[in-house]
Design a protein around this ligand. Structure first.
Ligand code: GLN
Length: 212
């Protein structure tokens, strides 16, 4: 079952960072994409992408735009979220004690800017079994690394040295790299399939998430 995502409305948090490329990828796959800057724009979403950028800036803007608490409630209600790069940091429960606003809902221990000065940006081919046999070109930009995961978290991709760089916990998905920049839509498709599964489960009787 692939291809038909026209019934799904996906928000892309558009406060700062690489949001336009996510909107384009979602539209290429046939989903409805909506930029989100205000709480009202969270209404009726089936899923949300938190883009890369600067996690401190995005976190501060989430507070300033009154989005942090409504988003926490939506995640608690089961809204599927895909965080890329800075989005991974915002979703993680533990970023080593740094003081910045986070959603903090995924059982991840994440290190910001984990690849040092020499290697702030790099590209590599990753074998990601959930996406099929073809390697995935992964673009890392001042990226975080996932240093540890809780029992409910499934690592999806690792670097050669074993560092986890993509993971899934139920309908929460993260990647430390930027699939929206590589022109390969398989990661977005994988997210949309998770959203559709969650959507179909809701349609079977659970009430839709509502912002209080
Ligand atoms: N270095 C950024 C941070 O710590 C993340 C970089 C990115 O999203 N590409 O928030």
């Amino acid at each position: 079952m692939t291809g038909d995502f026209a019934t799904l409305t996906i928000g892309v948090l558009a406060l700062q960072g690489a949001f336009a490329e996510h909107v384009a990828a979602l539209r290429r796959l046939g989903a409805e994409a909506r930029e989100v800057r205000r709480p009202a724009e969270l209404e009726g979403l089936d899923g949300l992408i938190i883009p890369g950028g600067e996690s401190t800036a995005i976190g501060k803007l989430l507070v300033d735009f009154d989005l942090l608490e409504p988003l926490r409630r939506l995640v608690a209600g089961g809204l599927p979220i895909y965080g890329t790069c800075a989005g991974t940091i915002l979703l993680a429960r533990d970023i080593g004690g740094l003081d910045q606003p986070l959603l903090g809902t995924m059982d991840l221990q994440v290190e910001r800017n984990a690849f040092g000065r020499q290697l702030q940006s790099f590209e590599t081919d990753l074998q990601i079994h959930s996406l099929g046999d073809e390697p995935f070109r992964a673009i890392f930009i001042r990226a975080p690394a996932i240093r540890a995961v809780g029992a409910g978290v499934e690592p999806l991709a690792r670097l050669d040295d074993g560092t986890i760089v993509a993971a899934r916990q139920g309908s929460l998905l993260v990647s430390c790299f930027h699939p929206e920049l590589s022109g390969d839509d398989r990661f977005h498709r994988y997210f949309l399939e998770a959203v559709r599964t969650a959507h179909d489960e809701h349609a079977k009787g659970e009430p839709t998430a509502v912002i209080a």
